[in-house]
Design a protein around this ligand. Structure first.
Ligand SMILES: *Cc1c(COP(=O)(O)O)cnc(C)c1O
Length: 390
């Protein structure tokens, strides 16, 4: 089928998939590929997880959508689960959730909530190299000028500081600033892990200046880094947490959580969405979170992440491995990540060249040791093919 009627926002795809199962994807010819991209950290339980598929199929036959004019039984239950996971898994954090359909929408909710809460103070500080979405406001928060340029003027009220730089943040938090929006690990920016005391320093500065700490956990959330949320490795309490990618294991679901005093700034009518929180999406989220808890995905991400890190670090041509849990990037001796990813794809492995000199790995959190071995074997061949032994 020709792609003639699709807007040309994406590069021409190198392969078209028709089916998936666990860590495997299949093209039309039945060829198998090992997926270490997971739809950009979305299918954290692998493709076509039977429990999620059954829940979605059952809900599709029961009730897909009623709008937020009416109640449904699933959204309150999923919100309660998210609040408990924000609290670490066993105790509730004591906040509320707004459901939406994507990461950008989750961040839009956070940005609007900050303005409502700030009552006049409205500047949101975010970091260079960050990624928060492609809507105009989340693009303005995104710290990448090349992505801004074609779309100026952007909404006002955004300020950027270098990532992992507390002095710059302190300087930026003047009395117009209402919030800091920051990723615990920069994902699209190249899997950049800040210093171990950075997030707690951001928390301290936000508290001193009465600004909200809003964590964008769209990529890092829900077990990916080895904790339910990446902030939980730092003993701090955020005011707002956004999530999306893995929440529906492939069904589009986003959520913005805020602690109660902050969430209370929204009154009925302030913010809304047609699809957000609908039964079909919530059935996917409920099943996804239930499987995640039953499978102890946090522990699995820690142990599989350590194994993958070891395998990647031993490959010739790899100069280092960074990241947390199963969100990893391998840096290469030469800026040839795109060629290496292309060679890996030819050999049946999906990896993402997140930077010119770095490959990103975000496999299923249920990945097996055999699949980690297979990834390392294929990647070793691809690296040798592109970089030789020189
Ligand atoms: C992917 C991503 C987003 C945007 O999510 P969409 O669903 O594409 O709108 C926002 N923030 C982070 C950290 C992301 O990784």
């Amino acid at each position: 089928m020709s792609r003639e009627w699709l807007m040309h926002t994406y590069a021409d795809p190198p392969v078209t998939f028709v089916r998936g199962s666990g860590s495997a994807l299949y093209d039309r010819d039945g060829r198998r590929y090992l997926d270490f991209v997971s739809g950009l950290a979305v299918t954290s339980l692998g493709h076509a997880h039977p429990a999620v598929a059954a829940a979605v199929a059952e809900q599709a036959k029961t009730l897909c959508h009623v709008s937020n004019l009416y109640g449904n039984e699933l959204a309150p239950e999923v919100a309660a689960t998210i609040d408990r996971l924000i609290g670490g898994g066993t105790t509730h954090a004591g906040g509320q959730v707004f459901f939406c359909n994507s990461g950008a929408e989750a961040n839009e909710c956070a940005l609007k909530l900050a303005r409502r809460w700030g009552m006049g103070r409205h500047v949101v500080v975010s970091t260079w190299g960050s990624f928060h979405g492609r809507t105009l406001a989340t693009l303005a928060a995104t710290g990448q000028l090349a992505k801004h340029e074609p779309f100026v003027p952007l909404p006002e009220g955004f300020r950027h500081v270098p990532y992992d730089d507390l002095a710059a943040l302190e300087h930026a938090l003047d009395d117009t600033a209402v919030a800091v929006l920051v990723e615990p690990v920069q994902g699209e920016g190249g899997v950049v892990v800040p210093s171990s005391d950075y997030l707690s320093g951001v928390r301290r500065l936000c508290s001193e200046r009465n600004a909200l700490l809003m964590l964008d956990e769209v990529q890092t959330g829900l077990g990916r880094t080895g904790a339910w949320f990446a902030f939980q490795r730092h003993q701090l309490q955020p005011d707002v947490v956004t999530m999306a990618k893995a929440l529906g294991n492939g069904m589009p679901v986003g959520a913005c959580w805020a602690r109660s005093e902050v969430a209370a700034a929204f009154r009925p009518g302030d913010h809304a969405t047609t699809f957000g929180g609908q039964p079909l999406a919530m059935a996917a989220a409920r099943a996804t979170l239930a499987v995640m808890e039953a499978e102890n995905v946090c522990e699995r991400a820690v142990s599989a992440g350590a194994s993958l890190r070891e395998r990647l670090g031993a490959l010739p041509g790899v100069t280092g491995v960074r990241g947390e849990g199963l969100l990893l990037a391998a840096t290469l001796r030469a800026a040839r990540a795109e060629e290496v990813a292309r060679e890996a794809l030819r050999r049946g492995l999906l990896v993402n060249p997140v930077r010119p000199d770095a490959l990103r790995f975000a496999p299923s959190l249920l990945v097996s040791v055999a699949e980690l071995d297979e990834c390392a074997a294929i990647l070793g061949e691809a690296l040798a093919a592109v970089m030789g032994d020189a």
